[in-house]
Structure formats: structure tokens, C-alpha cells
Design a protein around this ligand. Structure first.
Ligand SMILES: [Fe+2]
Length: 277
């Protein structure tokens, strides 16, 4: 490669980050006097994590929350939190109000999840897309621990808000769940004296042209794991209570045969300053 070409393809940011990471890890080894046995155990752990497809899980559990804190520091609007490893692109596109893809015998209680998408200036954002995913009432995600053939995009959809910025989707109340605990990530958490539970939550990525995308989660109040999420992703402003409905009139209006829950949450997106510049 010519020197001109080499100069063109240099990536100062990569050099800066890698040099500091390398120096930090070398200092760590010296500080803790890491032995050859510990070095080989670390290699074996990372190799196993790679072979079992757990690198995304490992990084999401231990590091993503800090990246979210740093990269979204000072951002106005709804609080962000981590995406986690269970997002799947290409969910069906539905218009509000809608019923999410589900199984005929979908377990648990119906949840009507609704609210308004607005900009930080208060303007309602019609046509905003709420890309939604969640675990089912047994703590399982489609495409991961529910077979895709059994239920493709189960409880997943991209829901467009109406011209008032309002969205409404019928889903099912999610359960708290354990992250995979039989592999290297789970073993490490156990060895550290932790637990593998995540409190019940709903995931969203909310987008609208001209606004910065919002990735966050809405957590269910009173969940037993709300104060000790293994990922550390809970923020107070993202915790919401559900309302139970059991009157005959409400059930009839919804076409439901047993009590259901509602949860309202408004999402506020900041303007995309990068695009405005
Ligand atoms: Fe999740």
C-alpha cells in the first residue's frame, strides 16, 4: 500500500481506543498479578462464549448499560436504556390500533399498551414507528427460546402511530425472565454471587424522520426483580403500573372474555441535531 493510501485509511479513533484499552488491560494484569492459570482460564471462557454464541449476551449484560449512559448522556426526552440481545429486524408493520402476532393459545393476561409519541417541543408525531418486542408470559422470546416455526415474530411488530401521534397495541403481560444460565455468562454471574433475573419489561425502538431514535424499555412496577436487574437497565422514569379491568362493559367493548390490563406510556423524542446541522 502506498503511503498516501495508508494515510487515507488510517482510523485515529480506533488507534486511540485500542491503545488505551491495551494499556488499561496491561496495567490490570500488573496490578492484580494475573497468573498464567488465570490467563488460560480467561481464554477458555471467551472461547466457549464465542462457540456458544454468547458474546452479545456477555457484552450486553456487563457493558451495554455503560455505553448507553455515556452515549446518551444529557439527552432530552424519554430516558433511554439498553437494547439487549433479543431484538429481531423485520417485524410485521401494523397500524395503530392493532393486535400483535400471537399464538391461538397465547398464555397469560391481555395487556393494552398505548400512549402518544411526541417531540421534545410537545408536537404529536403521527406516523412514528414503535418497533416493539417482548418476552411472553413464560419469559420466552420468539426467534430465541420460542421456535420461529412455532410462532414467527410472536409479540413483535412495528406499530405506526396515528395522525395524533397515538399508538395502541394489544399484547400479553410479559413475565420476568432469567437470562441463559447454563452457559459461560450464567456461570460467571453465579460465580460472582449474582442472579440471572431481569424484571418484566417491554422493549421499544421509536423512530420518526428528523428525530433521534429512542431505544428503551418500560418496566412493570411491583416486579420482584425491579431493584436488582442483572443488566442494571432499570430507570425510575421507565417504571409503570398497570391498571386491571374486569367490568362486563369493558370486556364486551374489547371483545375479551377475561379481565385484562392497560398501561399508558408516552414517548418523547429529541430532534436529530446531527441531521439538522
Ligand atoms: Fe428483554
Amino acid at each position: 500500500m502506498s503511503s498516501a493510501k495508508a494515510k487515507e485509511t488510517r482510523t485515529p479513533r480506533l488507534n486511540e481506543l485500542f491503545d488505551d484499552l491495551s494499556a488499561t488491560l496491561k496495567d490490570f494484569i500488573r496490578k492484580h498479578h494475573v497468573t498464567y492459570e488465570e490467563y488460560h482460564r480467561t481464554l477458555a471462557f471467551l472461547t466457549e462464549a464465542g462457540e456458544k454464541g454468547e458474546i452479545p449476551l456477555l457484552l450486553d449484560v456487563f457493558l451495554e448499560v455503560t455505553v448507553d449512559d455515556v452515549d446518551h448522556s444529557g439527552r432530552p426526552g424519554t430516558a433511554t436504556t439498553v437494547e439487549g440481545p433479543y431484538y429481531v429486524a423485520g417485524a410485521p408493520e401494523l397500524k395503530s390500533p392493532c393486535v400483535l402476532p400471537h399464538r391461538a393459545n397465547e398464555p397469560g393476561d391481555v395487556l393494552i399498551f398505548s400512549g402518544t409519541v411526541r417531540g421534545t417541543d410537545g408536537a404529536a408525531l403521527g406516523g412514528a414507528v414503535v418497533d416493539f418486542w417482548q418476552a411472553d408470559a413464560e419469559g420466552r422470546y420468539s426467534h430465541f427460546n420460542i421456535a420461529t416455526a412455532e410462532a414467527p415474530f410472536n409479540l413483535r411488530a412495528k406499530v405506526a402511530s396515528d395522525h395524533h401521534g397515538h399508538y395502541e397495541m394489544q399484547t400479553w403481560v410479559p413475565s420476568a425472565y432469567e437470562i441463559p444460565k447454563s452457559g459461560p455468562t450464567g456461570m460467571l454471574i453465579k460465580a460472582l454471587g449474582g442472579h440471572p433475573w431481569r424484571p418484566a419489561h417491554l422493549h421499544v425502538r421509536v423512530t420518526h424522520p428528523g428525530f433521534a431514535p429512542l431505544t428503551t424499555q418500560v418496566f412493570l412496577k411491583d416486579d420482584p426483580w425491579i431493584d436488582s436487574d442483572v443488566v442494571g437497565a432499570v430507570k425510575q422514569s421507565l417504571i409503570m403500573g398497570m391498571t386491571r379491568h374486569d367490568s362486563a362493559a369493558e370486556l364486551k367493548k374489547r371483545g375479551l372474555s377475561k379481565p385484562f390490563f392497560t398501561l399508558d406510556y408516552d414517548f418523547v423524542l429529541p430532534h436529530d441535531m446531527a441531521k439538522a446541522a
